[in-house]
Write a protein that binds this ligand. Structure first.
Ligand code: CU
Length: 108
């Protein structure tokens, strides 16, 4: 499944796969400059087991899924996630401090 995040990050379509995925609570942190990456957060729920393998949006050249790992020293580090498993009817929420969509090459 590939996810298309709209300009407002409010709707996601089309899903080529058979699964129906609902996106809620989508929001993006304002970026200071368009040259800096932005971060977007949302909640995903699929009606069938599925796997998120990519995200696109008209407002950024590239979207990657990142997770924040916090080490014992309290230092956060981000790691890229290639795919995110979605279990049927189980919401996965990308929230500040856990996972987020990193938007690179912002056009707006
Ligand atoms: Cu990141």
């Amino acid at each position: 499944m590939k996810l298309l995040v709209s300009t407002a990050l409010a709707a996601a379509l089309p899903f080529a796969a058979r699964a129906e995925v609902t996106v809620t609570e989508a929001w993006a942190r304002a970026s200071i400059l368009a040259s800096r990456p932005g971060a977007a957060y949302l909640s995903l729920k699929s009606d069938l087991d599925d796997r998120l393998i990519g995200v696109t949006t008209p407002v950024a050249r590239e979207v990657t899924l990142h997770a924040t790992e916090t080490h014992t020293a309290g230092i956060g580090r981000m790691v890229q996630i290639e795919a995110l498993d979605l279990l049927a009817e189980e919401a996965v929420t990308l929230t500040s401090g856990s996972m987020y969509l990193m938007l690179t090459g912002l056009s707006e």
